[in-house]
Design a protein around this ligand. Sequence first.
Ligand code: GDP
Length: 457
Amino acid sequence: MLPEDTIVAIATPPGRGGIGVVRLSGDRAIEIASGLVHLSKLPLETQHATLGQFRDPRSGRVLDEVVLTAFRRPRSYTGEDVVEISCHGAPLILAYLVECCLERGARVAEPGEFTMRAFLNGRIDLTQAEAVRDLIESRTIYQARVAAEQMDGAVSTRLKPHKQALVDLIARLEAGIDFAEDDVPVSGWDEIGCGLDAISNDLEPLAAGYEYGRLVHEGVSLAIVGRPNVGKSSLFNRLLNEERAIVTATPGTTRDLVAESAAIGGIPLRLVDTAGVRETADEAEQIGVRKTLQAIAGSDLRLLVLDASEDWTAEDSALLDRVRPLGSLLVALNKSDLPRKLALPQLGDRPSGASIVWTSALTGEGVAELKTALLDLAAPARDAYSGALITSLRHQQLLRDCLRALTRARDAAREHVHHEMVLLDLYDALHALDTITGATTVEDLLGVIFSSFCVGK
Ligand code: GDP
């Protein structure tokens, strides 16, 4: 059922550049490419780069000097024959090369089709395919590292023993149903219960890790609140400066409010500018204020900046009252380089989960602590996760489906209901895990049933 046609696409981003790559995959990839590129050395050596000339099939004239790399199946990205032709990054040449490939029988690749073929051909599973996309879209090195681990199969590796354990349990119960008359021993309910507990106990933290994984994947938004001149913009810049080099700007969703993107501890951070919160009679301005307040409430975290070199003001109180009920709050006592006037008791009861940090945006003192406090607030359990981290909602929901099915099976097993009922739940649990990796275990299951329960029929 595998697609047999040969697909072609420009693999590099649109526009001019040093090089541009045209990629082909399929049975005829090598034949098509060889017809267009005159190689400096024959015969074509696969898994090697060879210099060549892209010649216009109509005139025979040289259009570009290229490097052709052919990968023979199954040792290729897609598992099919793959050819990558690195041209100079001239959009016209790349487009013409693709056109020539089409004339020779290739078809334009659909978005993601190379990776889809890698999946269909069993080169990678679904979690790995999704990780390819995440890697390409990563905005911090940390995000890239997590994606690379997933691309390497971290999630699948973590799930594999549990799938096997489920398959074994299912096989035993199935054997109990199908071959009861042969006296195949069906494991006791207690043993089944223990097996199910072991799976749940390991999958539960993996699913719970999504809370952090989501942050890594999507980033957090931080609203900086404070009255004018306390040093919001200066702290803003401090937070931005250090990691700006490796962060690419992404347009904000609420364009007029979101100012910039930064990163703390590898987690993308969207800074929400909240300069506009003030009492006003002007109607247009009120709309702006309302929007800003919504943005503050909608942010994942809030940073209230106070000027520690000044006395506490009514405006500070009003702002604190506004942000205190909204959840995760951090307070920066800024201008700590100046003589201190602000007394801490004025902050009143600490809002739950709030931390207080002394900072000086001028000298940079306390900025590192501020970042750590932000991270602690955003991702308290971040150190607990190494290796497999769930960053996809799809994976998390399926893990939850699996865990629910396991609980049902556990309850059923405890009540010693008919094992067919337990089986249904186990199949549900297995199906959920399979859907994460995109695998089908019917054959695995048959293999286990017929190897470990050889009943000689
Ligand atoms: P915003 O209105 O809250 O955004 O405040 P700004 O960041 O624009 O800062 C207001 C003024 O305070 C500027 O003159 C800053 O240079 C100064 N400022 C900001 N942070 C500090 C600090 O930590 N120490 C001192 N001494 N001055 C600061």
